[in-house]
Design a protein around this ligand. Structure first.
Ligand SMILES: CCCCCCCC/C=C\CCCCCCCC(=O)SCCNC(=O)CCNC(=O)[C@H](O)C(C)(C)COP(=O)(O)OP(=O)(O)OC[C@H]1O[C@@H](n2cnc3c(N)ncnc32)[C@H](O)[C@@H]1OP(=O)(O)O
Length: 141
């Protein structure tokens, strides 16, 4: 989608995180490297950045899944819109200031609610786990 000013995934937001997520089988995956000013505790990523990464990656997973459901795999349809309804995070281990990987799966869909499970990993170790409910906007249906 262009223009896209989203703080998480917008290619047109120079101050944003600019994540790029893609399907790998049944998972949506993203590799991303923090900037040094995104630090929280010494040597570790600020927790709010982890939250933003999981938020945007999960909602885009739901958005892409909704596109696939209607047989549209490659073209952004502006009539399908998704927002974060709720998000529950478990910070399991501190996240080192180097490349992380996000891995999301669609757990279930109930009406307009998409239940997404996302893990943020560092060197294959899960540091943060997120349960996100993305909600498809009514007006878009
Ligand atoms: C593979 C890569 C793909 C790449 C694609 C690239 C394209 C990129 C394009 C674009 C990027 C977009 C990426 C965004 C990412 C960032 C996300 C954000 O920051 S989103 C901003 C923060 N979130 C808000 O501001 C929401 C504010 N809230 C609302 O607007 C409403 O409350 C809303 C829409 C959530 C619900 O309102 P209602 O009127 O539509 O729906 P009602 O009737 O109240 O509820 C419907 C169902 O949802 C449940 N529900 C409602 N609110 C809920 C909540 N907060 N949590 C859980 N469930 C909730 C209800 O219980 C109900 O469920 P029952 O049908 O009864 O089973």
């Amino acid at each position: 989608m262009r223009p896209n000013g989203c703080f998480g995934c917008g290619q047109d937001n120079p101050y944003g995180l600019q994540i790029e997520s893609h399907w790998e089988g049944d998972e949506v995956v993203c590799q991303w490297t923090p900037k040094e000013y995104m630090i929280g505790p010494p040597n570790y990523l600020y927790g709010g950045i982890s939250a933003s990464l999981i938020d945007c990656h999960s909602v885009n997973t739901a958005l892409s899944y909704a596109h696939k459901k209607v047989g549209n795999d490659d073209k952004y349809d502006r009539s399908i819109q998704m927002v974060t309804g709720s998000m529950n995070l478990r910070y399991i281990k501190p996240v080192p200031m180097r490349e992380v990987e996000l891995r999301a799966t669609v757990e279930k869909v109930e009406g307009r609610k998409y239940f997404i499970k996302t893990e943020l990993q560092s060197d294959g170790i899960t540091c943060v786990r997120g349960d996100v409910v993305a909600i498809q906007l009514k007006a878009a249906q």
